[in-house]
Design a protein around this ligand. Sequence first.
Ligand code: NDP
Length: 502
Amino acid sequence: MSGSLVKVAEFPLTQEVEQQFIDGAWVKGERGEPIDVLNPSNNETIFQLFPASDAQVDEAVASCWRAFHDPSWKKMPALERGKLITKLAALMREHAETLARLEAINTGIPIRESRLESASSARHFEYFAGWAGKVEGSALPLMNDRLMYSTREPLGVVAIIVPWNTPLKLMSRGLAAALACGNTVVVKPSAVALASVLYFGKLVEEAGFPPGVINIVAGSGRSTGAKIVGHPDIRKIVFTGGTEGGLEVLGLAAQNVTPVLAELGGKGPIIVCEDADLDEAADGVMSQVFARQGEVCFAGTRLFLPPSIHDAFVEKIKERVAGINVGDAMDEDTDMGPLISPDHLADVVGYVESAVGDGASVACGGERATLEEGPDGNFMQPTVLTGVNQDMEAACEEIFGPVLTVHEYDSLDDAVRDANATDFGLASYVWTSDLRQAHRLAAELDCGNVFINTYRYGSEIPFGGTKKSGIGREHGEEALREYTQIKSVCIGLSRWHSWNRD
Ligand code: NDP
């Protein structure tokens, strides 16, 4: 059953009794048939997941509420809460290599990148630990004889639904903020990729969080996930995933009027201006589109070029693509690992074939990659399509793979119009040497994040989308608003008179 890359014994979490972390204890999932959790570098089973039953979801939510009201959490001074979060971050640093290896094996993220992801996951906790003692309300001017103030209170029980791409980091950003604000949390990782999240549960236990503050309930989205999302006692759902799943979650949550923070798909444009440093821009485009084999929501995947630099720039990209090493995620030399599943690989190849059928040209790649040596995983060649126009599926839909579509623009106004002409609005990228142009484009691009001559995401930078890319913002001080609610308090300072006076 074990893959050639993983000795299951190295990872005690893969034992069936250690997959659901409920009320501070590890238990076996009680819902029906187990699910095979695969290594996408060779499609072999790493371990079997025994999913959580509806009763176990109910117990996790109840345990969260008990913990929320328990003095050990509720009355814990905010600074102490911050220290506990810092302790968890320190454990994540200590176990960073194991977390990175689990993430690489289960998601296909190359190990060198996975180490960076494991560090940035710990960083989310380090960053939000500092906010724990700084969640403030305000005093509001009303009238002379009344004092009005507001406090920011935790919401209660928050559910965090995590996708399979970079699960540890995408869980960490929301969980760190939710804990800093004093909430208790049910985490539901994807049944496809959860090894790192389960191991993280061990660190929660070691850090000494009171039982029930963090519960991890694993199972597939449409069974265990839907039970969580439809639960009437959840006060907020934090969903990161595809737009299709997001719409289902929004519909279910609406039944209980549960608010949803939705971080959904993207289709990021990259506008390269004539005046850009073209070598720098080409290096930038490479990391914007091919990092983590393109399975990145904020990837820049649509490249807009003026005719004057089009051919030369595409050549620069092709030269760089030729240097990409596609291979096993655990190989230290790998730049691009496998896609998550054979079905997803087939979908990505399908987008390329459909674009070619509609008249696009393959500048490089375009097919499944077969390794000369090594396992038979879901490998895809890094692909560049030229001659792409706006109505091709490959230009409108999120491909979520290593495919760059190249578009020509006549004027920057046209570039902005076409860049904005999708259902998505997560991240946009601009390469230019003209300061005024940079600010103009930043203002005109319809999205949550704009990056000019760089590529950087971090705990401090508010992150989220417009249009079908989502609702709300993670990261930074903005996140505190997502994980708290305002309570207004009004106090009379002089004797109350009859009802019809001010
Ligand atoms: P999915 O939408 O398929 O799944 C996301 C999570 O939701 C998984 O845990 C899944 O469980 C669960 N889920 C799916 N349907 C439901 C449902 N009806 N009720 C409750 N839970 C459900 O996304 P993927 O995992 O395929 O992730 C890739 C997508 O995520 C891409 O579109 C990407 O752009 C987006 N994404 C967005 C980010 C952002 O910050 N905006 C960041 C990263 C990714 P399971 O997998 O177990 O079935």
